[in-house]
Design a protein around this ligand. Sequence first.
Ligand SMILES: Nc1ncnc2c1ncn2[C@@H]1O[C@H](COP(=O)(O)OP(=O)(O)O)[C@@H](O)[C@H]1O
Ligand SMILES: [Mg+2]
Length: 359
Amino acid sequence: MAEIRLENVVKEFGGGEQAVKDISVTIKDGSFTILVGPSGCGKSTTLRMIAGLESQTSGNIWIDDKNVNNVPASKRDVAMVFQNYALYPTMTVRENIEFGLINRKVPKEERKKLIDEVVDIVDLRKHLDKKPDKLSGGQRQRVALARAMVKKPKLFILDEPLSNLDAKLRTQMRAELIQLHKRLGTTFVYVTHDQIEAMSMGTDIIIMDHGVVKQQGSPMEVYENPTNTFSASFIGTPPMNIIDRSNAVNVLQDINDTIQKVGIRPEHIHISTKPLNLAHCIELSATILSMETLGAETLYQVKTDMGVMNVRSFLTPLSNVEEYFISIPYEKLFAFDRNGDTIKAIVFDIKEEPVHVFN
Ligand SMILES: Nc1ncnc2c1ncn2[C@@H]1O[C@H](COP(=O)(O)OP(=O)(O)O)[C@@H](O)[C@H]1O
Ligand SMILES: [Mg+2]
């Protein structure tokens, strides 16, 4: 069990550029916390500082109530799993799992017991005597997990562990990791650039960009209440439509001066071939630029008086006609100020009757 606390943590690699800029966050004990953000935003560096593989330039790191600034990686009781699982090719599965325990001088009987405990969890009992080249990608990743688990760490750190797996296996391993976390109850800190992984696996998400934390919260909090345009457009597929004031005023003529951008999620826009006349909505005429039929849902890209927008619909794909209509519920609109921060006390003058803006 472990709570991790970072206080004003900065990492500079030389050259004056800061990979991590003054981060202060708390990672809850027992949580499955995801560090997510685009490539190069400082996720791995943050993870490596928590693990003790990299020392911070300034700031403090605590694991539980112990300041670990000067504690080496080997003494932090952290187990790590990486994208490239680096198994020893000449060793069997059992030897790979056992290796770290031998290094730590765990007695033979104890090693046997520990391995016995983990192999069923990762479903490797049948494969214990195989070499890694006889295993599938998923099985290899499970060996890496088993190797981490036998150490019984108080913290698991995983850096893009599923990136090398194909899409189907990745989905399966996601589910396995969620179950593993439930079963162990240990704190997991998991790095990914994939927002779908972040949304589906985490109990908590920390969104990073350019070395800073943009938002922290549960997946639904971040989805429902993004605090800035970066979080708003990072979480969700397709991303939230962010409309510049110059386009928004075409339709929302009387919007407040502080609003510089307006956001609407693709799944909150209704699309139809006839006007829908929905109350508390803005209705616009639209032309379809592209349409992707995915089975259960259809993605449209449409051109409107408010600009080009993505629309996600769970209805039957629309037939091919000249004119389409989209309806945007006022209550689903987000407003952002000039810094891209969400303006909470909204502001839109909600019209009781539908507002039609047809050209
Ligand atoms: N060992 C290093 N030396 C110099 N620069 C580094 C080193 N490791 C990472 N960086 C730089 O720090 C920034 C953050 O990198 P990283 O933490 O690996 O990002 P992420 O994991 O989010 O993709 C990048 O600009 C990267 O080039
Ligand atoms: Mg990385």
